[in-house]
Write a protein that binds this ligand. Sequence first.
Ligand code: PEP
Ligand code: MN
Length: 340
Amino acid sequence: MIIVFKPNASNEQMKHVSDYLVEHGFKIHPIQGEEHTVYGIIGNTKNLTPEFFESFKGVSTAFRVLESYKMCSRAFHPRNSKVKIGNITIGGNELAVMAGPCSIENKKMMDNISKKITQHGANFIRGGAFKPRSSPYAFQGLGEEGLIYLREAGDKYGTPVVSEIMAISDIPLFEKYVDVIQIGARNMQNFALLKELARLDKPILLKRGISATVEEWLNSAEYLASKGNQKIILCERGIRTFEKSTRFTLDLSSVPVIKKKSHLPIIVDPSHPMGQRDLVIPMARAAIAAGADGIMVEVHDNPDEALSDGAQSLYPKQFSELMKEIKIIAGALGKTIAKN
Ligand code: PEP
Ligand code: MN
């Protein structure tokens, strides 16, 4: 339930409503708009009608949020929510560009790649230390050692770092080394993991599941928001369809759909769905044009030898070209690439 107060509602009138709600066991999520104060009500409001709240003095209107993802819905929070990480605010006019290798392989490669991508304007460094691989025989990641190399690169080149978590037991490591915790596609509906990450005061990058609808994805975000962590950034990374010419089908339509249904920022990963580096660049451009708040791309300085996802990793030089192109597209939309 959403309660919108009149612009001239007094503090006393609002307190009257909040006292009633608290007394009846509801949680209030107040949102201060430019003119109005809005209360988002969490709890079972089945037995209450909007008309009931409209009878309180100072209330302009009340209405139900029909979506099951209440806190993540646009109705609950009409303005875009913003997530601030270091000097960068995602969800406004500044674009996030997260780049780096699929896997952190060793200290030297992490340093080399980080140096190049940050020179070209990447404002986040990514790299996986715990890898969700289809085959148990494939490289599984360096674990904590990898997170240390990633942290060192972030500190040296002055950018926040992003890495994927797979297990609840690794949370202390991620709290220590990482600025943004990525929940990978395979864990989007790992509700136990979501509930634990909801308790942290760290931004979460929530990737879309391989077979998840937008509604399921937003419900996963709701697990984080409703249990205490509203620093959520969504990441579209493609879904599985009948199409075989690309690794996954990059559903760029989810960008405007999410923008309509939710206030959360959304970035796009064109690397995993396209699967081949020459196909990544046009879709990265398209993601920005579609209104994404940023991109995440895999970059490797020696992709032929990469321990994972070499074929889709851009050469640093290609990344530099891409940065020039997306700057132009961002400019046309009144956006800029954020600087650390
Ligand atoms: C990744 O970012 O390296 C990754 C494994 O992504 P996804 O979960 O989207 O497959
Ligand atoms: Mn990868």
